[in-house]
Write a protein that binds this ligand. Structure first.
Ligand code: UD1
Length: 398
C-alpha cells in the first residue's frame, strides 16, 4: 500500500507551549521511524512544520526551551512580540495567514490557552484548515481571565479536542461539542517531565543556589490579576517577606512580574530580605529540579499545578479558581485567596507542620504517553476514519 504523508503544522508562542509541543513532535517523529506494520495506521506518515509566533521572545522565556526540550528550530518565526491583547492577537493573525496559505497543512495543532493559540485557530478555521486543540476543555469559569476566552473560543473552532482530564470532557459536552470530537488522551506536559527525568535529576541548581533539599519554597507569579494592580502586588510582596522568616523563598521572576515590581517600587524591599532570592527565569530542566526538591510551591501558574501534582510537592495556588480541579481532587494542589495574607500564612504553616508527603498518585493518563495517543488518534482521523476529517470530506465531495 502506498504511504500517505500528512502535513502537521504546530504553533508555539509562549513558554508554557514548548513543553507540550515538544513531546508531540517527538512522538510523530517516532511514528515515522517505526516500521509500517508497527504503526496503528500503517500507511500514514507525517511531515511536520513548526511556527513560533514570537509572543515570548527573550532568551530565557523562549530559546532555552528549544535547546533543552529538543524542539527543532522553527520553520517560521513570526516575531509578533508584546502588546495589548488586540494587538498581539491581530499581529499573530496577520502574520500567520500567509504562512498557513503557503504551507497548506492537513492539520493545525494548537496547545493551551494563550493569545497565539486562539489567533492561529481563528485564521485556520476561515481558511478551511482542520484544527486540533491540545489541552481542550479546561475551564476556570472566570470570564475575567483572558485565557478563559481563548479556551472557550479555540474549543469551538476545533475539529479534534484532546483533553487531559475527564472533567474537561464534561465541560465540552456541556458546551455542545459533539462527543466524537473529544479525545481523552492524558497530559502531554507530563510526557516532557518523564522524558527529561534523568537530566532533571542531574541538575545542580539547588546546590548552586545554596539551598537545602526540602528546606525552601519556590514562588512564581505572573497573572495580570495578581501582578498588574499596585495594591494587590504590594500586599503579596509584604506576605512573601513575612513568609521568608519561616522558610527560605526562591522567586524566579517572569518578565511581566519584574516589570511591575520595578514600576511599583517593590523590588528593593524584596531584595533586602536575606532569605528571599529573586532570580531570573530558569530553563525547563533547572526549574523542574528546583520544584522537585522544594518543601512547597506558591504559584498562580496553570502548568505548575500539574507538575507539582506529579512530583508530589504541595502546591498553594494563589488564585480564586482553577481550570485544573483534578490537581486538587487527586493531586497536591490547594487554592488560597491571594488577597488574604492571613490565609496564605495559614496555608503555608499547615504545609510546614504536615510531614512531607510524596504521594505519587497520578491523574488518569498522566503517564508520559499522552503524545503517543495524540499522534495515533491524529493518524486515524486524518486517514479518514472519522467524520469531518479532510479525507472524509473529499470522499463526500465536500
Ligand atoms: C502569557 C499568556 C499566559 C501564560 C504566560 C506564560 C496570554 C493571554 N497570556 O502571559 O496565559 O500563562 O504567557 O508566561 O497569552 N515580556 C518580555 N519578554 C518576553 C515575553 C514577555 O519582556 O519574552 C514582557 C512584555 O513586557 C509583556 C509582558 O512580559 O508586555 C507580558 O507578556 P505577554 O506575552 O503579553 O503575556 P504573559 O503575561 O507572558
Amino acid at each position: 500500500m502506498a504511504t500517505r504523508t500528512f502535513k502537521l503544522l504546530h504553533v508555539v508562542g509562549t513558554r508554557p507551549n514548548f513543553m507540550k509541543v515538544a513531546p508531540i513532535m517527538a512522538a510523530a517523529r517516532c511514528w515515522n521511524e517505526a516500521p509500517a506494520p508497527e504503526r496503528a495506521v500503517s500507511d500514514v506518515t507525517f511531515r511536520q512544520v513548526l511556527v513560533h509566533t514570537g509572543q515570548h521572545y527573550d532568551q530565557r522565556m523562549s530559546e532555552v526551551f528549544f535547546d533543552e526540550l529538543g524542539l527543532p528550530q522553527p520553520d517560521h518565526y513570526l516575531g509578533v512580540g508584546s502588546g495589548s491583547h488586540a494587538e498581539q492577537t491581530a499581529r499573530v493573525m496577520l502574520a500567520i495567514e500567509p504562512t498557513l496559505v503557503a504551507e497548506s497543512p492537513d492539520l493545525l495543532l494548537v496547545v493551551g490557552d494563550v493569545n497565539s493559540t486562539l489567533a492561529a485557530a481563528l485564521v485556520a478555521r476561515k481558511l478551511g484548515i482542520a484544527i486540533a486543540h491540545v489541552e481542550a476543555g479546561l475551564r476556570s469559569q472566570d470570564r475575567d481571565m483572558p485565557e478563559e476566552t481563548n479556551r472557550l473560543l479555540t474549543d469551538q473552532l476545533s475539529d479534534m479536542l484532546f483533553t487531559t482530564c475527564r472533567d474537561a470532557d464534561k465541560n465540552l459536552l456541556r458546551e455542545g461539542i459533539p462527543s466524537r470530537r473529544i479525545h481523552f488522551v492524558g497530559n502531554p506536559m507530563i510526557d516532557s517531565l518523564e522524558a527529561h527525568r534523568r537530566k532533571i535529576d542531574a541538575s545542580t541548581i539547588v546546590r548552586e543556589l545554596g539551598l537545602i533539599p526540602g528546606g525552601y519554597a519556590v514562588v512564581t507569579l505572573h497573572r495580570p490579576s495578581n501582578v498588574d494592580e499596585p495594591e494587590g502586588l504590594r500586599r503579596l510582596a509584604r506576605t512573601l517577606r513575612r513568609l521568608a522568616d519561616r522558610i527560605p523563598l526562591v522567586f524566579p521572576l517572569h518578565a511581566r512580574t519584574r516589570a511591575r515590581l520595578a514600576e511599583f517600587g517593590l523590588i528593593e524591599g524584596l531584595e533586602r530580605e536575606a532569605s528571599l532570592r529573586l532570580i531570573e527565569p530558569l530553563g525547563y530542566l533547572d526549574f523542574v529540579a528546583l520544584m522537585q526538591e522544594a518543601r512547597l510551591v506558591l504559584t498562580d501558574s496553570g502548568g505548575i499545578q500539574e507538575e507539582t501534582t506529579v512530583l508530589g510537592v504541595p502546591c498553594l495556588t494563589l488564585r480564586h479558581n482553577t481550570e485544573r480541579p483534578v490537581t486538587i481532587s487527586e493531586g497536591t494542589n490547594r487554592l488560597v485567596d491571594p488577597d488574604d495574607a492571613a490565609a496564605i500564612q495559614g496555608a503555608v504553616a499547615t504545609v510546614l507542620s504536615t510531614p512531607a508527603l510524596r504521594d505519587l498518585h497520578r491523574p488518569e493518563g498522566w503517564d508520559g504517553r499522552a503524545s503517543e495517543r495524540i499522534v495515533g488518534d491524529i493518524a486515524r482521523w486524518l486517514a479518514g476514519g472519522c467524520a469531518g476529517s479532510p479525507e472524509d470530506k473529499s470522499r463526500q465531495g465536500a
